[in-house]
Design a protein. Structure first.
Lengths: 215, 215
DNA sequence: ATGGATTTCTTGTGATCACAAAGCCGCGCA
DNA sequence: TGCGCGGCTTTGTGATCACAAGAAATCCAT
């Protein structure tokens, strides 16, 4: 069989599949318990089973997917204990990240955060759960990128990934009326250079968002 | 991510390769910068390239291996900033784990920890770096298992994994004279039920062990 | 019509192969 | 002697295939 001429020079096939699935999971576009098949993934991304399997294996290793004993793959349905753990991890890591970002947070960053916060409000008003989750993550990531701590950010994103399907389930059935108000606390603490206030605001935002996840 | 405690009766090929490489890396048996080949790994474990590639991809995703732009795979040589980040992560996560383990730490656990600590001293006296690293990790894991927090423990192990080759380089050229004395502080705090003391002891043990890693 | 057995289909697993790109070695030329 | 340069080799990538195990559908007997 001839190699199909792909115009993409840099991204390998498994990487495209991995990124595609990853963002879908992190943004909460796949609900918990949904089953996936390697051949289906391969057909969707136009590749064979081999890259699909590698991408799935990687996501399983990161806790974003669950591999049943028979090898079947699906999105995990988290227990309340697991959710509490992941929320605690978010609090630990993201508080540290925000604290490290504070000294480098200049006005341009704060402006961008306020802009993103406005987009969150738009998504809330439009009752768009996926848009809400995606923009909310963008808010946090924009702040944490300033921490210049890639290993910590990767850890935080791994936690987000594990919570993705569960957040899909939650925000699907809940109707927010406004953007999370702790984001305003975060921005205010950044403006004031108030580190204890920032830590408290980030911790509150993370735990408040996940307290309602535990049924 | 190795969450299930029971060994699978029929471990698949990629899982055997993954576990084999993982323990070798975590125990510091591979020094940083060492190159690996898929065919070599496959031959070593008696499998073809496919499971070897899946295992390598998984370890790359966990930060235990580095994939160069040309696809070559090797153990990473960490920068000082990265080491500092990982040390901070260890401090954050392991302090929390020890704190959660404290209420469940009974006498049998403390006895086991003291036994393991004795084995660490033996490894130090025998100038056995790999044995020292392995037993040291066993000390921490034994304590953290009591926290009943598998997601957090998995995160901690991922950090250990990333530090494995670097610890190999360090402990190879350093000659310890005694077991880490903060382990005695940890055991004392466990006996006394002293949570602040335990948090301080764990944090000290982690950061002290990694301060000398930054060249 | 219903429950159990059997067949069929689906799905994951791992080996193998063709191919491309990167490394490596040695030959030849200045 | 130093430096390209062309070929050979090594190595990763992804498609394809045979196989086994599980799930689903079908069929037969009561």
């Amino acid at each position: 069989m001839l190699i199909q001429t792909r115009p993409d020079p840099s991204p390998s096939a498994h990487d495209r599949v991995y990124r595609g699935l990853r963002t879908r999971i992190m943004h909460g576009e796949i609900e918990p318990g949904q089953a996936l098949t390697l051949r289906g993934i391969g057909k969707e991304f136009g590749v064979s089973m081999t890259p699909a399997r590698e991408a799935v294996r990687r996501l399983v290793a990161e806790g974003a997917l669950l591999l049943s004993s028979s090898g079947r793959v699906s999105t995990p349905d988290l227990s309340n204990e697991r959710i509490e753990e992941l929320a605690a991890l978010r609090a630990l890591i993201e508080v540290e990240l925000s604290s490290r970002a504070l000294p480098r947070a200049h006005m341009a960053l704060i402006d961008r955060l306020q802009l993103i916060n406005g987009t969150i409000s738009d998504a809330v008003r439009a009752h768009d759960p996926v848009g809400y989750i995606r923009t909310n993550l963008e808010f946090h990531r924009t702040l944490y990128l300033r921490a210049q701590a890639p290993a910590m950010l990767a850890m935080a994103e791994t936690v987000w990934l594990q919570l993705g399907p569960t957040m899909c389930k939650l925000y699907g059935r809940m109707n927010r009326t406004e953007a999370p108000h702790f984001h305003r606390h975060i921005i205010a603490a950044l403006k004031a250079g108030d580190e204890p206030g920032l830590r408290l605001a980030v911790r509150s935002d993370v735990t408040q968002g996940l307290r309602m996840l535990t049924t």
